[in-house]
Design a protein around this ligand. Structure first.
Ligand code: SF4
Length: 294
């Protein structure tokens, strides 16, 4: 371990340089160190593949749900939510720039997303102003300078009846509907809860995964003990990343310092064009293959 993350080798009284990270940066290293190097270290950045349609749909839905809360109260309606999806869709001037097969598929998916977001908005209370929408939160730990952007932070009454506290809300769109175990075991959600509590100077325990296509909500309640476990896990991943970066800086073979972790996910990796291991591991997925059939 280098002195960057651990403090080892630092003279007494000297400040420890914290490892700057987001939950995504940590989970990227955990999933595949080579992908981490491609994403955060190699410059110029290696060649990436084109857009994936399911990612485009996710981006449009996230944008629409964020902008919905910017609307004046009387315009926070399901109909306006659907319009906001259509407006976000203009980010892809051609179907292929969004990863869609053709104009027909793009239009079908847009209508599907509009219906899902309108139904989701129908269940929202437009007067329940969130504490934050796409809000950046952050906190230091013993080894990390952690930051991240939360889709939505609600304010809800405490179960104990003594005031209210923030709740971390993360939107999901995948085919699989997440369950409470997913919410409980998510490193990102745990770190968001920690950083939200520290940023807002209050206790934040509840995290929720909102599956927009079905309206299903998966939830977990963190405790101080479970948040300590989340921090230990994050710091362990960070110390491995710090060690790999230190080896690279010391002249190690970049491919040995950041090995590949091939899996079926290589079919969907942005850096597949730059990764012979990934190309051998899984056939390239069509950019629209992860869409739900319209
Ligand atoms: S294609 Fe696979 S092995 Fe290569 S960087 Fe991406 S995830 Fe890692």
């Amino acid at each position: 371990m280098s002195d960057r993350g651990s403090g080892q080798g630092v003279l007494p009284g000297m400040p420890v340089r914290l490892f700057r990270c987001t939950p995504t940066k940590l989970t990227t290293f955990e999933a595949c160190p080579r992908r981490y190097r491609f994403t955060y270290l190699d410059r110029p950045a290696p060649q990436r593949g084109g857009a994936f349609a399911h990612t485009s749909v996710g981006a449009a839905v996230h944008t629409a749900l964020a902008r919905w809360w910017d609307q004046p109260l009387q315009r926070r309606t399901p109909e306006r939510a659907a319009e906001l999806v259509a407006e976000a869709w203009s980010a892809w001037p051609t179907p292929s720039s969004g990863g869609f097969r053709d104009a027909e598929q793009s239009a079908q998916q847009r209508e599907r997303a509009q219906a899902a977001v309108a139904a989701y908005a129908e269940r929202l209370d437009p007067r329940a102003e969130p504490v934050g929408v796409e809000r950046t939160v952050g906190t230091p730990t013993a080894a990390l300078a952690l930051s991240g952007r939360v889709d939505r932070i609600d304010r809800r009454p405490r179960p104990e009846g003594d005031g209210d506290e923030p709740v971390v809300v993360d939107y999901k769109l995948g085919r699989r509907v997440p369950d409470d175990d997913d919410a409980r075991s998510s490193l990102a959600l745990g770190l968001y809860a920690l950083a939200t509590g520290r940023t807002l100077r209050t206790r934040c325990r509840r995290v929720e995964l909102h599956h927009v296509p079905t309206g299903s909500v998966a939830a977990a309640e963190h405790t101080s003990t479970s948040l300590e476990r989340v921090v230990r896990r994050a710091e362990s991943i960070a110390s491995d990343a710090v060690r790999a970066e230190a080896a690279l800086a010391a002249g190690a073979d970049p491919d040995e310092a950041f090995p590949t972790a091939p899996s079926s996910l290589c079919a969907w990796c942005d850096f597949r064009p730059s990764c012979p291991t990934g190309q051998r591991t899984a056939p390239a997925a069509e950019p629209w293959a992860a869409l739900d059939p319209a």
